[in-house]
Ligand binder design. Sequence first.
Ligand SMILES: Cc1cc2nc3c(=O)[nH]c(=O)nc-3n(C[C@H](O)[C@H](O)[C@H](O)COP(=O)(O)OP(=O)(O)OC[C@H]3O[C@@H](n4cnc5c(N)ncnc54)[C@H](O)[C@@H]3O)c2cc1C
Length: 340
Amino acid sequence: MATDVLIIGAGPIGLETAASLQAGGLTVACVDAGPIGGTIFSLFPPATRFFSSPERIAIAGVDLQVPAQEKASREEYLAYLRAVVHSLDLPVHTYEEVIDAREQNSLWEVTTRNRAGQPTTWTANHVVLAIGGTHRTRNLGIEGENLPHVDRHLGEPHRFFQRKIVIVGGKNSAAEAALRCWRVGADVTIVHRGDKLHERVKYWIRPEVEALIDEGRIKTRFNATVQSIKEDGVVVHNASGLETIPCQDVLLMIGYEQDPGLLDLFGVEREGEQSAPVHDPVTMQTNRKGIFVAGTAVAGTQQRFRTYIENAHVHAGRIRAAILGTEAPVETPPRSLPEA
Ligand SMILES: Cc1cc2nc3c(=O)[nH]c(=O)nc-3n(C[C@H](O)[C@H](O)[C@H](O)COP(=O)(O)OP(=O)(O)OC[C@H]3O[C@@H](n4cnc5c(N)ncnc54)[C@H](O)[C@@H]3O)c2cc1C
């Protein structure tokens, strides 16, 4: 299948880039290894609300209306993305994972594989890597972390009703998981290497979790590191030595990493502490001619989230200008964003 631009990743910024390029008269195809909005679909637990307000995560000029005038939930945003694809008639191909790429005479040949294992070959003059930066969870590198009762995603909290659960981590996802698990009737212990919850835990989550901790309803082991995970408990090391916290389930909420495999496949170099793809911030073109990056993919593995949807909208316009050879778009400076 031939197209001017192949966009890899149908997350919000991949879709927004597709919309912008299509509006500029280019033919585009947007492929994703999973459904549209795959990161939001798989990493946000059900009913999670964005921390960004609706107008800041709306894409391609399509209004995002939320019935309660609150921050959008995971489900509202996924429905919104479906509506954007429909209304702008974006050519999206879901469950097409990119597995190979090669270049010949400035034309890229990219192979995807669908769920049934069948390959499709795409040819494109330009490729946009809008692949995100949260492909896999970090590991602790300790014994027992792959036992069957250890999860890396909260998922549906209902499953923790009347369960003893240890949550490892002290940032947003750990704090929110602790709150939601406690609310469904779990016996929750947070284990965190810091001496308190991380200072950037969202202001609407922190007071409630801290109140529950103060009241002893959520238990904590701060200044504690996990040594190993057993079938019936988590072994932690703290000032008083080794302690086993009995539990039935363990949630590791310790962050995500970018899988650099696709960047390597396209010959995109990486740099810096976050191993971010090398690119020109004006055009978003990488060190490989014709290969662009967009969205959170540009930041590599983020230790603290500084690149999100709301400050990545500009990537779409920059790529469009670079490909069409038009003047770079006028950008309003982003408001100063908190790190997450
Ligand atoms: C709990 C939580 C809350 C968040 N809240 C906010 C918020 O309030 N505001 C905000 O701006 N951000 C928030 N984020 C971050 C937000 O999810 C990202 O900023 C956003 O998803 C980035 O969009 P993107 O289009 O750049 O990439 P992504 O949404 O990550 O999309 C990348 C896509 O690329 C696809 N892909 C990857 N590899 C391949 C391959 N080999 N072949 C084909 N497809 C591939 C993936 O399947 C995925 O669908 C939050 C994240 C989490 C986990």
